[in-house]
Design a protein around this ligand. Sequence first.
Ligand code: ATP
Ligand code: MG
Length: 567
Amino acid sequence: MKQRNTMIPTLRETPADAEVKSHQLLLRAGYIRQNASGIYSFLPLGKKVLKKVEDIIREELDAAGAVELLMPALQPSELWKESGRWGTYGPELMRMNDRHNREFALGATHEEVITSLVRDEVKSYKRLPLTLYQIQTKFRDEKRPRFGLLRGREFIMKDAYSFHASKESLDEAYDKLFQAYSNIFTRCGLNFRAVIADSGAMGGKDTHEFMVLSEVGEDTIAYSDSSDYAANIEMAEVIDCYTESSEDLQETEKVSTPDRKTIEEVASFLKIEKERCVKSLLFKVDDEFILVLSRGDHEINDIKLKNELNAQVVEIASPEETKEILGCEVGSIGPCSLDEKVKVIADQAVKYIRNGVCGANEEGYHFLNVNPERDFTVSQYADLRFIKEGDASPDGQGKIVFAKGIEVGHVFKLGTRYSDAMNSTFLDENGRAQSILMGCYGIGVSRTLAAVAEQFNDENGLVWPTNLTPYDLHLIPINMKDDLQSSLANELYEEFKSNRIDVLMDDRAERPGVKFADSDLIGLPIRITVGKKAGDGIVEVKVRKTGDMLEVHKDDLLAKIQELLQS
Ligand code: ATP
Ligand code: MG
């Protein structure tokens, strides 16, 4: 491609509203442009990289036995009402009415559409298992679209869905897709981890997220420093390996703690460690108020709480509700002498507290020397807290460390969540109708592109790995008006093209400095400069990643380039 025939609008300045490297560089190097918040055009370079990511995904999914189809983005509300998500999905779902005032949504995900499709077309166990996928634009009215392609409101997703007659068959497909995902992200050159995740609003049990390790990631991954254990911090299990204290039980005492509300304030006022404090939080769990206890240096994880209590909605009670139920301000509440209407549950670490401190349910007072069982009743102990760095890894190997991650993919075992709701059944070998088991598997295609850009760059611009680069090499004649230079450049251009090397030639009448800066910014793996030595058939080759430069004669160039592209 000749640069004058395409559109690569590079920018000198970093756009003010672009916070992260991938967003800045994809804008500056002319890969994408914003149309509205969270909505982007892929310019020719961006589109080429996107296609390469898609091709890798297609190759790996096809090899795993999945079959591509394409479903509509526009979805009638009836389907979402059948699954029950028209009411629960919330404002992220973009809804609209047609001219007949019928309700539609722009597809945020396609469980409903595919379940209805398979329900109508697959009736027998003989047609199962089946794995279908599509690569398509999705719409989600995100609360905070940000970081360019990393969190858009319109973005490209690969979504796959598998259908099964048995749990074993679902497990098998899950493992295959899991492996395909590992291959995909490895081929993209990404530094990633597959982490245990929460199934969230989707329903279903076994689920993993594929996380690219990155400072700009919005998720926190807890992983072991000495095994391959990794989990989303929301899910990472804390094992009960606290030590029993040998302290004698002391007598409880009520003390005044004026204006001390937080654990920090109370602990420092009473000159005790935070570990000794019982932190009490009143939660509203579906419609019931529950007092949840943890150790003062621990944080309650509401996802664990929700899963433990099998609840739909878990939220912290408002200060007004707390006052109404417990009769005092949030900072003074505690588990002692509560009447029976408030159930108390606690993180397992609380069981080991000896002679602790807790709120006295009286404004400005705390109890000293409280002990579980003796001074307050806990109806249930469970693992309810967030894991911390330094905690033991749940697999028993090593300690937990944290890293930030960008979720690029997600694999789920849905079970019969959608087939039950939408009555999608098959006839088994005995002619009995059974619900189809399902799995679903997503990859953020445009987010993956951005994650690659986030990982592959330096101070001068993007540095594409060879299998995702928009063009293999950048051919730069210094001066197109120089006949020797332009004819050698054109000769090389044709030679590369006929040898299936995808070449971008900068045929613009720009100064060399501008051409070089743009070339670094765009980030193709190899730059070839045709300059003063064109008359001798000599060009300069620069490897973008290492900065290595060498002079090569045109007769040896093709072989050299092929070697470099392979390495
Ligand atoms: P997130 O927690 O980041 O919002 P999600 O759990 O909502 O992601 P899924 O519903 O599992 O995501 O969607 C499948 C994949 O689509 C995700 O793994 C992610 O890579 C991608 N994705 C989700 N939301 C966006 C978005 N707003 N912009 C770009 N990619 C997205
Ligand atoms: Mg989301």
